[in-house]
Design a binder for this molecule. Structure first.
Ligand SMILES: C[S@@+](CC[C@H](N)C(=O)[O-])C[C@H]1O[C@@H](n2cnc3c(N)ncnc32)[C@H](O)[C@@H]1O
Length: 167
């Protein structure tokens, strides 16, 4: 996907410029870069991934942290978190969602980007439709979940973005 398409996918969920954000499962940082465009130079973004090699693409431009986001991350009072095609690697998402909720300030934003299917495969093991996401996010204490955008995808039919607020 082109950078401008990635920006468009999350733009309506980002809100104010600046602030402190994390990209969990950032990989080589496609959405870290999209976020950086939307938040501007005042923002602080930490890119987290368990794959040190992938994060190297962001060295010198962002704070990077080699870590497993299913373990405690010591991130607090964030204005926002992006999880783009990373939550589908986790079967039991509730503990991760609880941890993400706790790392956000009240009213902080969680943006997810996911494939629009509940049926996984060996590369995308545990994806979830937007309908399921609404339920999962509410059960984990997030509120005001809304769909931002849906686009066709060569893999698994479609991809969507959604935003939820921390209570
Ligand atoms: C499909 S890639 C998506 C990368 C990027 N967010 C994007 O959309 O271009 C998924 C990334 O999540 C990372 N990842 C998966 N599970 C993780 C975990 N438990 N902790 C940290 N990173 C994880 C993988 O290493 C990989 O870089």
């Amino acid at each position: 996907m082109k950078h401008t398409d990635l920006v468009a996918l999350i733009e309506a969920g980002v809100g104010e410029r600046g602030g402190s954000w994390a990209d969990l499962g950032a990989g080589e940082g496609a959405f870290t870069l999209a976020l950086a465009d939307l938040l501007g130079p005042e923002a602080h973004i930490v890119a987290v991934d368990r794959d040190a090699g992938a994060l190297r693409a962001l060295d010198g431009r962002f704070e990077t942290r080699v870590a497993d986001f299913t373990r405690p991350l010591d991130l607090h009072d964030l204005d926002g978190v992006v999880m783009a095609n990373s939550l589908h690697f986790v079967r039991d998402k509730r503990p991760v969602l609880d941890a993400v909720r706790r790392m956000l300030r009240p009213g902080g934003r969680l943006i997810v980007v996911e494939y629009g299917t509940d049926r996984g495969n060996q590369w995308v093991p545990h994806p979830f439709t937007y309908a399921r996401w609404e339920t999962m996010a509410a059960q984990a204490g997030f509120r005001n979940t809304r769909l931002l955008s849906t686009i066709p995808s060569r893999w698994l039919g479609s991809m969507y973005s959604a935003v939820s607020l921390s209570p």
